[in-house]
Design a protein around this ligand. Sequence first.
Ligand SMILES: [Zn+2]
Ligand SMILES: [Zn+2]
Length: 297
Amino acid sequence: MKLRFWGTRGSIPVAGRTTVRYGGNGVCVQAQPDDGTHIVFDCGTGARPLGLTWPAAAPSVLYLLLSHYHWDHVHGLPFFDPAYHPGTQLHVYGPKGVEETMEVVLAGQMRRSYFPVQWKDLRAQIVTHEISEGVVCIGGCTVRAQWLNHTSPCLGYRLEAGSASVVYATDHEPFAWAGAASALAARLPHPGDRRHAEWLTGVDLLIHDAQYTEAEYATRRGWGHSPVEYVVDIAILAGVRRLALFHHDPARSDQQLTQLVRRMRRRIREQGSPLEIIAAAEGLELIVPERASAMPA
Ligand SMILES: [Zn+2]
Ligand SMILES: [Zn+2]
């Protein structure tokens, strides 16, 4: 399975010289399992350059898995070229909106006051699927959706293709965080976090919200995002193989992110874990090998 990061920035896109290395576009990740299924996680502004690579003439089926409908996760949809291609069948998965259906929410950001093209004018065949926790089969893959702890209903997705597994988990904050100073086993006192760790068990690649440092999180509890120390520790506890820090804070410069990864590498070494860690970067491609096609269609 091939993964490509088209947008890594949380909350609001940023432009400028300090965000060149890790990117300024809003969250969007493309997953291409070996069976050729086209999957996209979230539709921040990174979806625009992704859409430009899509061949307009070729009929295609595309699965868009939305975590929730905060602007930074859907703002790229009106600029997503495949939504305008008559040959595209676009299946959109996500939770029901807080007050309305998914379709009403998505069409809402394209109302005439906000955008010149309306939802009903999109030429792709769009099928919305409101889902909750549970298992969905997409192409030859299995997707295990689980609720995250955010300020609005928000789903994370565990994608399994053959032996390869990837989790896309943003936006999420700890149910309770005892702090990095406490013993590792005591850091997750809340059953919600232990359940989160269980869902992440043994995953090859974890793409996880890591917007804050622990120091920043002290004044941002309840904002729906994770301190990086919590993310590293839960990844270690869950036996994750590789962790990609994601949903970077708009104020985080390239230099700060590089330093953050170095600091977390030391933290992982000190705990004697083989966990690999990177910061997700716009344009970065990762391969997760599918050793055998064990999952049923
Ligand atoms: Zn977000
Ligand atoms: Zn959000």
